[in-house]
Write a protein that binds this ligand. Structure first.
Ligand SMILES: *[C@@H]1O[C@H](CO)[C@@H](O)[C@H](O)[C@H]1NC(C)=O
Ligand SMILES: *[C@@H]1O[C@H](CO)[C@@H](O)[C@H](O)[C@H]1NC(C)=O
Length: 249
């Protein structure tokens, strides 16, 4: 075997898995240090407004930022009109989304990591997810808690096929570190690795996601997929030490 063939093989082996950092921090760990840093990277509510698929209506009044942490608080409320889709509103809560799209480029990807405090109580539906900005699908649920003691890691490719993994989440009263890397698998599909407290929980390949822009959303929805009735007292959902790192070329 010639030297050049050996080195070509070594290069292929080396480049098959790790992705080389090239583009840096899209959201640094300082984004929740102050309202000023927050406003640089994040906006309030959903990209499309205050309502979505559950019983919470979002309001910036329910978002607290400072000291490196964001806290979303849901509180029971009465007298709110239903959503346009006819869902009764029983809570005011908080949602934030990143001001920029996340698009896995050919040969690139992202790493998202942070420490989450999330409720698994019936009727509480905190989530941290990527939602297709041009079309839906695609979606990647970096973490979603549906009121059943579990955390869910999910991918929905452009082929409309869900890949799901539910894992015991305990204790819900403590912060847990969640890390997800999403990267170009083959020029077309995106492979995501989901880690909970440093342990790989699931590897999922989302069809057709390369080149698709995503919104990054942190929301504290209520009821809906997490069951009902939800709590009669406030619920909080917090995130600290969060960063989004780009490996895109
Ligand atoms: C949402 O927040 C704004 C400003 O904080 C406030 O004026 C408005 O009344 C709030 N909406 C609801 C439904 O509470
Ligand atoms: C913040 O997260 C990084 C990983 O992104 C970790 O190395 C570091 O120890 C964390 N810092 C704190 C204060 O938890």
């Amino acid at each position: 075997m010639s030297f050049s063939l050996v080195s070509a093989l070594l290069f292929c082996l080396a480049s098959a898995n790790p992705i080389v950092p090239r583009n840096g921090y899209k959201i640094p760990t300082t984004s929740f240090d102050s309202l000023s840093t927050f406003n640089t990277y994040w906006a309030y509510d959903y990209p499309w407004g205050t309502d979505h698929n559950g019983a919470a209506r979002m309001n910036s009044s329910q978002v607290a930022v400072g000291g490196g942490q964001v806290t979303l608080t849901a509180k029971p409320v009465t007298g709110q009109p239903a959503t346009s889709g006819g869902i009764a509103i029983n809570y005011l809560s908080g949602t934030i989304y990143a001001k920029e799209y996340f698009t896995v480029a050919t040969g690139g990807g992202y790493e998202f990591t942070g420490d989450f405090l999330a409720s698994t109580t019936l009727g509480t539906w905190p989530a941290f997810w990527l939602s297709g900005a041009n079309t839906w699908p695609p979606e990647i649920d970096l973490a979603e808690w549906k009121g059943d003691g579990l955390v869910s890691f999910n991918s929905l490719g452009l082929n409309d096929v869900w890949i799901t993994k539910d894992v015991t989440y305990s204790p819900a009263s403590s912060f847990h570190t969640i890390k997800i890397d999403v990267k170009d698998a083959d020029g077309t599909n995106v492979v995501s690795n989901f880690y909970l407290d440093g342990v790989l929980q699931s590897t999922q390949t989302g069809q057709g996601m390369v080149g698709q822009p995503f919104w990054l959303i942190m929301d504290l929805q209520m009821e809906g997929s997490s069951g009902s009735p939800g709590p009669t007292t406030t619920t909080t959902y917090a995130l600290k030490n969060f960063s989004a790192y780009s490996y895109n070329p």
